[in-house]
Design a protein around this ligand. Sequence first.
Ligand SMILES: *[C@@H]1O[C@H](CO)[C@@H](O)[C@H](O)[C@H]1NC(C)=O
Ligand SMILES: *[C@@H]1O[C@H](CO)[C@@H](O)[C@H](O)[C@H]1NC(C)=O
Ligand SMILES: [Zn+2]
Length: 437
Amino acid sequence: MVSFAFAALALAAVSATSAAPHAHGDHEHVGRGLGLGAWYQERADTAELFRRAPGDGPRPGSPQWLAQYPPAGGVPSQAEKDIPAAWLAAYRAAKAAGKIPNIPVSQLQPAGFPSYGALSATGPEVCSSTPKCRAADDIWDAPANTIGISFDDGPWQGTNKLLDFLERVNQTATHYCIGRNIAQHPQEFLRAFNLGGEMAVHTWSHPLMTNQTDYGVLVELGWTMQIIYDLTGGRVPKYWRPPQGDADNRVRAIAKEVFGMTVVFWNQDTEDWSLSTPNPVYSAQETTDLLNKWLSGPKNPGLVILEHELTDDTVGIFMNTTWPGIQAHNWQPKSIAQMLNLPFYQNARDSKSPVTPQAEVVVSVPAGGGGQVPTSSNPPPTNTPPPTRSSGPTSPTSSDSTPAPTESGSEEPDNSAGRASASALAVLSAALAVLLL
Ligand SMILES: *[C@@H]1O[C@H](CO)[C@@H](O)[C@H](O)[C@H]1NC(C)=O
Ligand SMILES: *[C@@H]1O[C@H](CO)[C@@H](O)[C@H](O)[C@H]1NC(C)=O
Ligand SMILES: [Zn+2]
């Protein structure tokens, strides 16, 4: 591959912005796989976007360490001066090459699908995953007889209890982490990683991603990848899961074309996150009944059940119902990458294997689609008070608010010896973009 010259690049100050609260509905709709393959080419150089010398940075959890990231309680700045130049250059190159579709940012409807003006949410241009449109590279299902074990929204209050259990039963899981939760709980993150967990991206501040501008998508994904990269010895995440399962072709393309990541959804949802709220979607008994139904049901496709490492309640459901059901019905439990026999990271096979040149481990994700259509949505953000809920099991609506930022970032210490030269990368990317056209 092409090799770049590198120079130090100081990271711009990160300042806080605020996000408006928004509500989001849930729906039942049959989606289809739609061909994105034509413009989904694997990038080979994503690691160049996250160059820091592993182990050189400040101690995780220290003020100097936190200052490298957007404020833990806030949302990342979308001002160009605050976005690492290498990410901007990669985004601009992808955009110039026609790889990021020009569809509008979704407008959120209080209790309906995100809307796209004249375009259909389920049409081939948009392919919104909220009404369950499946794109070719999406992951929704597990292989037959297999259950993908994954937990969203950590590291949080349920994480240590979950890890105690996973360690005892010797089970690897995927952790779709919220970046700002990692900033607040780096030790829990490191514990999950050191146990061999597959560490993946669930955005920095848990917004509905189709309602973000391109820059909003860029910083929500980029900063979460950066903090995971920094804490895992330079591993570049390969998978991400959107909050409330909300993605479309624009959001998918930014994740794939700029950052090399594949999107992962689920095919069953217990709404476990709502159990400790005043109006849970399902009672504890209904949750148990649902899980038992799925786990004793058909084995093809396999199961990907949305579960959370939020609280002792959500973790308790996994320990007391999901796990015994897995054993009783002879499912093969695996992490999401394991179940597809794919690497955990773009530049490492798993959490123990060495970091290698990226091209050695990047392989194409098999086409998704097919199988059962899920019917539920993902929960609201986790470091806010419990959401209010509006209705019963078939059409829940969760409110999803983002707290005002509590601190502003500061200049990153210059530990960026290996960071890509923004201008070199930009020039090269632009040249490549022209060649590819
Ligand atoms: C997100 O949706 C809300 C509600 O429709 C809308 O007012 C807002 O402009 C959208 N955000 C963006 C960035 O377009
Ligand atoms: C734990 O699981 C791994 C992978 O399945 C296996 O290789 C290993 O032998 C197991 N360890 C124990 C103590 O059962
Ligand atoms: Zn979530």
